[in-house]
Design a protein around this ligand. Structure first.
Ligand code: ATP
Ligand code: RIB
Length: 300
């Protein structure tokens, strides 16, 4: 049995996706193209991305007692992700996301979080052994913030590296920032957390510096097709994204986060790690779907 040194804690959803020529305006009905369903949820996407890239992953999550939860479990099994801490909620249904993707690959997502909203601090307490045995704990914000703070404290007190992908965007306390080794906001999340509108490399650097001053050791601001800005040891480095034709950017951020966790677990070095993550995320935007788009290591 592999030693699972990356613990991902977060959501699992089933994504229902329709490709359209444009995103609908409020009140508008439009005819789209084909419908397809694939597994998603920021936590599960990051766990799958990390596992496909060679990471040894344990995933702590909560699904409903339903067909969507069973499907998620089957995928974790196929991807050799340890899911000893997949908790089945007897009351609330599994999370579902309704996703529209336009011709440029941009998306619009609405999530019904269901059981993800009920992953609580007692569940993290039960997983204490796993959290304290891992080297890296990777989280997002599709589960209750109290759960994220509780797990971050448990992991950082034990000297583990906590990575937070602060998505979907919300305000974050300095208490939580202080417990993080790394934070990986996109432009709008960086703007929401710092109050600095992030639109380019210079404003991303300013926001990253502020997050570092508020207690996070390493900051990576992802900048979509432009790539990602790494801020570490007082120095900002821009890593450009490979040029690709994007057909669906859903989960690009998740693939990036799964990849950076693997890079850190392999002690690749931060700049090389960001290049590795940009490569993995670029491949993912050339394919439809969330988990269905995450690349395997040999593809990089
Ligand atoms: P999403 O919500 O679409 O999953 P995000 O908003 O969390 O993504 P982005 O900054 O848009 O995060 O993208 C994450 C990373 O994915 C980028 O840093 C980049 O490396 C890669 N990426 C995104 N879009 C493209 C693109 N069009 N071409 C190449 N790489 C891309
Ligand atoms: O980051 C993409 C994910 O966000 C989708 O898979 C969807 O489930 C939502 O959680």
């Amino acid at each position: 049995m592999k030693f699972n040194n990356i613990s991902v804690i977060g959501s699992s959803n089933t994504d229902m996706v329709i490709k359209t020529s444009k995103l609908p305006a409020p009140g508008e009905t439009i005819l789209g193209g084909d419908f397809f369903m694939n597994q998603g949820g920021k936590g599960a996407n990051q766990a799958v991305a990390a596992a496909r890239l060679g990471g040894h992953v344990s995933f702590i999550t909560k699904t409903g007692d339903d067909v969507f939860g069973q499907k998620a479990r089957k995928i974790f099994e196929d991807e050799q992700i340890n899911f000893d801490h997949l908790i089945v909620d007897p009351v609330h249904p599994s999370g579902v996301a309704l996703i529209t993707v336009d011709a440029k690959g941009e998306n619009c997502i609405v999530v019904a979080p269901g059981s993800n909203s009920h992953l609580n601090t007692e569940d993290i307490e039960i997983a204490r052994d796993q959290v304290q045995r891992s080297e890296i704990v990777l989280m997002q914000l599709e589960i209750p913030i109290e759960t994220v703070v509780y797990a971050a404290k448990m992991a950082s007190d034990a000297g583990k590296k906590v990575i937070l992908n602060p998505a979907p965007a919300t305000k974050i306390t300095d208490e939580l920032l202080f417990m993080l080794y790394m934070i990986t906001p996109n432009e709008s999340e960086a703007g929401m957390i710092t109050g600095i509108p992030v639109t380019d490399v210079s404003s991303a650097t300013e926001a990253a510096r502020m997050l570092h001053e508020r207690g996070v050791k390493v900051v990576i601001v992802t900048l979509g097709s432009k790539g990602a800005l790494l801020y570490a040891d007082g120095e900002a480095t821009m890593v450009p994204a490979p040029k690709v034709e994007a057909i669906d950017t859903t989960a690009a951020g998740d693939v990036f986060n799964g990849a950076i966790a693997v890079a850190i677990s392999e002690r690749m070095g931060l700049k090389k790690g960001v290049e590795f993550a940009c490569k993995a995320a670029a491949i993912s935007v050339t394919r439809m779907g969330a988990q269905s788009s995450a690349p395997y290591r040999h593809e990089l």
